[in-house]
Design a protein around this ligand. Structure first.
Ligand code: FAD
Length: 432
């Protein structure tokens, strides 16, 4: 295989959510003539559409958009997006006096930025497999097999580098069978629209989980279904606030991954255990009193529509035609109970499973740190055998070695710029 074949890409991206969108921007801003192509299985850009509730706010400042941390003068900034919308949007946003736009508005900003890369994104295509293309002295290229989700046909492209950013996979507790009435929170909007269209009905919803998503789903149900009963089941004693106070927030400074990466595995784990709540399992500080007020008003009006079960773990659930059944284990009493509801909504988080199924054919080339975790270099590439020259970069998978910013938006532009820099070095080394 000759390296300068015209259909060989320098970079192929799996997924075109915010992470790889930031990579596309970083590439353009670097001015490097790298040939790139991105695949995303969605029909068009949509950021967590199942959780896009009216009024829900961003948990990071708008200055942590796709580029400002790296280049505050970029045309891809949130402020430039506002300016380009006309009708005094920029002036009126400034007059709002907030750092926290709604998620709906940020999704529109992302979609506006994504549109500008339409020529290098293939929407509605799913990457199903990546294999090595053997060369004379090892592997120089990867073959990426892609399925068109509308027509079903498959095709392949060749690349020197791969950037994988597929997002998290819904975490479904053991014993739970997903169905029409038992679903992960990431599908909330679609499921409610199709299965729970009567907004005045006295539905009984069971929400499982105590993080931001559970809080958002609760508020959405409360506003949309005034006659519904909502039972929230949490494993701990209480929902706890995210800590984004100033010193704690320095976990998200651009130099943090460098420092974190240099520490021992044991020490890194200690930091993760100590600050996980601060970083991404807590609820926005302002939302907790609003939720508490809902409970209080329910109590004072004697409606009895809201229940909080604490120290309660979901151990089973299934869906029948007209109801959902959930089984809970009560950590304090040791008792088990069974509950019927109209729906069980799992706000139980996301996982980043490794090894990545699409890379199964490359297992012999890629180094694992543990059976569940790749060995990931500082530049986010998976460590590989010496005669395997393509680089496979991961976004979202390296919390254990690079820190909390991995699954969050804060350092996306910085990570993207580092990945582009590393790819550029790899491509120029290859072509020498
Ligand atoms: C509701 C919600 C709100 C959030 N709010 C914040 C916040 O305010 N602040 C913050 O810091 N973080 C927030 N996060 C976390 C962070 O924003 C997300 O993790 C972010 O979306 C990650 O971007 P991503 O591009 O890595 O993944 P995703 O946004 O999940 O995008 C991945 C893309 O890859 C595509 N894909 C996956 N597999 C394939 C495949 N095999 N072939 C083709 N395409 C594929 C998917 O279709 C998807 O479009 C939030 C998360 C959620 C769920």
């Amino acid at each position: 295989m000759h390296l300068n074949e015209p259909d060989v890409h320098d970079l192929v991206g799996i997924g075109f959510g915010p992470s790889n969108l930031a990579v596309a921007i970083a590439l353009e801003e670097s001015g490097r003539p790298l040939r790139s192509l991105f695949f995303d299985r969605k029909p068009g850009f949509a950021w967590h559409s199942g959780l896009m509730f009216d009024g829900a706010e961003m948990q990071v400042s708008f200055t942590k958009d796709l580029i400002t941390m790296c280049n505050p003068r970029s045309r891809y900034s949130f402020l430039n997006y506002l300016a380009e919308q006309g009708r005094d949007r920029l002036a009126k946003f400034i007059n709002l006096r907030t750092f926290y736009p709604t998620r709906v508005e940020f999704n529109d900003y992302y979609a506006w930025a994504a549109e500008q890369f339409d020529d290098i994104v293939r929407w509605g295509t799913e990457v199903v497999e990546v294999t090595a293309v053997p060369g004379e002295h090892g592997t120089d290229l990867l073959r990426v097999l892609v399925r068109d989700l509308a027509g079903g046909e498959t095709s392949a492209v060749l690349t020197r580098n791969l950037v994988i950013a597929p997002g998290g996979v819904p975490n479904v507790p053991e014993g739970v069978e997903l169905g029409e009435r038992v679903f992960h929170a990431s599908e909330t909007r679609e499921r409610l629209e199709t299965g729970f269209g009567d907004l005045s009905a006295p539905y009984h919803f069971n929400v499982v989980g105590s993080g931001q998503t559970s809080a958002d789903v609760f508020m959405h149900l409360r506003r949309s279904y005034p006659n519904a009963r909502i039972t929230t089941n949490i494993r701990g004693f209480a929902m706890r606030p995210e800590d984004d106070t100033h010193f704690v927030n320095e976990l998200f400074l651009p130099e943090f991954p460098d420092w974190f990466y240099r520490q021992s595995g044991e020490f890194r784990q200690r930091i993760i255990d100590d600050y996980g709540l601060a970083a991404h399992t807590g609820v926005s500080y302002d939302l907790i009193p609003q939720i508490y007020r809902e409970y209080y008003e329910d109590l004072s009006s004697r409606r009895g529509a809201l229940t909080l079960h604490r120290l309660t773990e979901l151990v089973g659930a299934h869906s029948d035609a007209d109801r959902a059944t959930a089984t809970y284990f009560h950590l304090d009493s040791g008792a088990t109970s069974q509950v019927d509801a109209d729906a069980v909504i799992l706000a139980t988080g996301y996982r980043y499973p490794m090894p990545i199924p699409a890379l199964a054919g490359l297992a012999g080339h890629l180094r694992m740190e543990t059976p569940e975790r790749y060995a990931i270099r500082r530049d986010y590439a998976i460590e590989s055998a010496e005669d395997f020259r393509p680089r496979i970069y991961l976004q979202g998978f390296a919390e254990a070695t690079h820190g909390f910013s991995e699954v969050l938006l804060s350092l996306m532009p910085v990570r993207a710029a580092e990945i582009i820099e590393s790819i550029a070095k790899n491509v120029s080394a290859e072509s020498r």
